[in-house]
Unconditional design. Structure first.
Length: 216
């Protein structure tokens, strides 16, 4: 029985790709580079803002200034909810799951931005304050399992009775290291680059959020 669902944010709970890409391209343009395609930037997301910034500067072929991360975060802070939306069916899905299991969020996005997105999209009511872990806290980012294990311990749920719902290889590796179940969201932009040879048959795969209800 699944007693805890832990959700990734970008590409799982919410489609934030356009706002991330627009923010990245604004900074690239400021630094004299040519904007990158949204799909290309989508392949760079998942391991935190610092890694994303390094990747899109490398892809643009221009020198990364020392303050690139701070500038990107400042730009993105003004765009968090311009186009970002919950995936269709996600609010109803988590509302249906909430009476049956504990819910949490584990993301490599900074915590402040994560909370603003959850609040802005009316999703924050489903996640208690200490059930949301961002990538800028004291714990190591995914794929390190520390955050996921802390969320399990918080509600006294053994990892074997928890499921991480994510869309990327980073999420898959996190679940493997923590010993939790794994559900991969094929609708998320992170799944486009998932190495299919990694799949071992123990994962659950969904094409819409509502399919999570069939796993209960």
């Amino acid at each position: 029985m699944i007693r805890l669902y832990v959700f990734d944010l970008d590409g799982t709970l919410v489609d934030s790709l356009r706002d991330l890409a627009d923010s990245a391209n604004e900074l690239v343009a400021q630094c004299g580079g040519t904007p990158l395609g949204m799909e290309a930037i989508g392949r760079m997301v998942g391991e935190g803002a610092a890694t994303l910034v390094a990747r899109f500067f490398a892809a643009a072929g221009i020198e990364r200034p020392a303050d690139a991360l701070a500038r990107f975060l400042a730009i993105y802070d003004t765009r968090l909810l311009n186009h970002t939306r919950a995936y269709a069916g996600m609010p109803e899905t988590i509302a249906a799951l909430a009476p049956r299991a504990s819910l949490a969020v584990l993301t490599n996005k900074p915590l402040g931005a994560t909370r603003r997105i959850l609040e802005g999209l009316q999703l924050s009511a489903f996640f208690e304050t200490d059930a949301v872990i961002g990538g800028d806290g004291p714990l190591r980012k995914k794929p390190d399992p520390a955050g996921l294990l802390q969320l399990c311990a918080r509600v006294n749920v053994p990892p074997s009775n928890a499921m991480l719902v994510g869309d990327s290889l980073v999420d898959w590796e996190t679940a493997r290291e923590a010993g939790t179940r794994m559900c991969l969201a094929r609708y998320g932009f992170g799944f486009r680059e998932f190495p299919q040879e990694k799949l071992n048959g123990r994962e659950r795969l969904i094409d819409t959020p509502r399919e999570l209800l069939d796993l209960v």
